[in-house]
Design a protein around this ligand. Structure first.
Ligand code: PAF
Length: 298
């Protein structure tokens, strides 16, 4: 059974004790309601680190005033069971007051540029909330490795850049995007979908795959690729496209032609539920390597 820690001081002490015994600390930051995507992060951490900490904290700082903070799904008991099954050593589940004695904090972390586009355009302040809490967790736990899913590809790029810019002594590790069998990207927010929406939602991955097929067939224009994906999504009246964009995978900068590490990312409303998904492409001349994630029936 993992030890359940609720205070900053106790987490700091547990991680520092592990480090002083020469044990490597692996951190898996989450907002709970753990699914197979989170489990794959914990498995990767378990395989590579001696002392694994999963954090469960619905971080208010990364939610906008009209977003789903109050109804975000929570199940601490189920989450602790999942952590136990994955061999996690410690679960950090603090209150908001514990992590933010003064709310909002006067000090936040802002990663410029990478946070302007994609989710950053429609969720102002969201990434500042993410980088602030992740920086705090890094500072408290002092992990040598921290694990994040590639479903949140922009978040991963932003956190990687923050760690590099601030010389944080942590390896930020991106783990494969995990899908349901029908291709829907695993997300805690999938719990919001009603049965009909749940049936329609795999169309998001189908649209991304149509885009990948076009690239494999030779398409190299970023705008043309965005148009293909948007058109496929628009065929479903239940879906409303917030964005379907092609960007440089590391810098999130816009690109015209597909070459190198490319991110094809979408945000789509299915009813009132906002879902994100992406595929990462490595394009080198004629050669195309697509990372479509794992867990789906191909
Ligand atoms: O990806 C998430 O669940 C959150 O954004 C994170 C990284 C745990 C920060 O709250």
């Amino acid at each position: 059974m993992p030890v359940i820690i609720t205070t900053v001081a106790a987490l700091r002490a547990a991680c520092s004790a592990a480090r002083s015994e020469g044990r490597s600390v692996g951190l898996v930051p989450t907002m709970g309601y753990l699914h197979d995507g989170h489990r794959s992060l914990m498995r990767a951490a378990r395989a590579e680190c001696d002392f694994v900490v999963t954090t469960i904290f619905v971080n208010p700082l990364q939610f906008g005033p009209t977003e789903d903070l109050d109804r975000y799904p929570r199940d601490l008991e189920g989450d602790i069971a999942a952590c136990r099954d994955e061999g996690v050593d410690a679960v950090f589940a603090p209150t908001v007051l514990e992590l933010y004695p003064q709310y909002p904090p006067a000090t936040t972390v802002h990663v410029a540029g990478l946070t302007d586009a994609l989710c950053g355009s429609s969720r102002p302040g969201h990434f500042d909330g993410v980088t602030t809490i992740v920086a705090k967790l890094f500072s408290i736990a002092g992990p040598c490795r921290a694990y994040f899913g590639r479903k949140d590809a922009q978040q991963l790029a932003v956190i990687t850049r923050m760690a590099a810019d601030l010389d944080l002594a942590v390896d930020v590790i991106g783990c494969p995007l995990v899908r349901e069998h029908d291709g829907l990207a695993r997300s805690s927010r999938n719990a919001y979908l009603d049965p009909h929406q749940r049936e329609v939602a795999p169309a998001i991955f189908a649209a991304l795959r149509a885009g990948v097929d076009a690239v494999r067939a030779g398409a190299r224009s970023a705008r043309a690729l965005e148009a293909i994906v948007t058109e496929r999504l628009a065929a479903h009246p239940e879906l409303r496209v917030e964005y379907a964009e092609v960007r440089d995978a590391a810098t999130i900068a816009p690109i015209e032609r597909l070459e190198g590490q490319v991110l094809l990312a979408v945000a789509v409303f299915c009813g009132s539920t906002r879902l994100i998904d992406n595929v990462a492409l490595r394009v080198s001349g004629e050669s195309v390597d697509a990372d479509l994630g794992i867990g789906w029936n191909s």
